[in-house]
Design a protein around this ligand. Sequence first.
Ligand code: NAD
Length: 350
Amino acid sequence: MFDHPDFDHHEQVVYGCDEASGLKAIIAIHNTHLGPALGGLRVFPYASDGEALSDVLRLSRGMSYKSALAGLPLGGGKAVIIADPRRDKTPALMRAMGRLVERLGGRYITAEDSGTGEADMQWIAEESTYVTGLRRSEDESGDPSPFTARGVFHGLQAAVRHRLGRDDLDGVRVAIQGVGSVGAHLARQLKAAGAELVISDIDATAVTHLAEELGAATLPPEAILDADVDVFAPCALGGAIDEAACRRLKAKVVAGAANNQLATPAAGEALHRRGILYAPDYVTNAGGVIEVAWQRRSDYDRQAVIAQVERIGTTLATIFEHARREGERPEQVADRLAEERFRPDRPRAA
Ligand code: NAD
């Protein structure tokens, strides 16, 4: 473990197994300096334990950075269950996971991620109080996607202001890759702000419906990187931007919801060299974690949540300005600012 390439001084890694329900899970707690480690639970049919471990180590580390820069009193953690969400998920499996979470006594708080939803969190809540993202009332779902989209919208606006010198989005051309939960909400907000949209998704029906609703242009998934636009918004899977993708982009700004958008650090360098402004993913897409963090508070206040989500734009503006002054890339500045918050005592290179 300590020599694992994705190990980064994680505080605790817990393996959980429950024979009766078939549970095979790993919880990784990366850092709890700012508070308990919050992060979603992913259910995925990993090909091996090793693949699951890599994923949970990387994802939990990412949550430390995300929560720190979102100004939350939370650390970074994540959990994975090795299972096929369509075939293997049962109430018994989720309850067993709930017991595993509960045994950590609140050091880790779980929530939805890919392969899990509100119903799963309800099963977990039968065994543990350390869960969020639950339905709050009959008409208020616990789905964080609209908040994520709102944060991306404000982040994208800050990036456009910095790179294109424009205060509004009227007529700004945006390509959205992936119009699922977050991408569709984002598209509607951008349209309302006057942006011109080009959308794509591997789900042809989702694209057609949304294009009709918003009067947006469409492109096949393999062509979206070449779109003649001002902004490219990756809202599908991670790793969308590698060096080859970077050479194809015509956009001047990359700002979207997907986690781990840069396939490698070299892709970030390539964007920078081409003068494409990158809004670091974990700063831009923190709206959802801000919402689920607030859901755990007894003084939940929707207006305060929205105000905090909208501050993502201000945080990014500060990062862009820092990067310009220091000649660094935005993702380098973001990482450093986050580490100063969650690892204040770490010795730094001179
Ligand atoms: P989602 O599954 O609802 O939507 C993703 C969409 O991308 C789907 O419609 C899918 O068909 C499409 N897609 C997949 N591969 C594609 C490709 N190659 N080209 C075009 N489209 C493709 O997921 P979501 O909740 O909207 O999340 C989107 C991204 O944002 C994910 O990377 C997720 O990890 C990240 N994210 C989501 C949240 C949230 O609150 N939901 C928060 C933070 C980060």
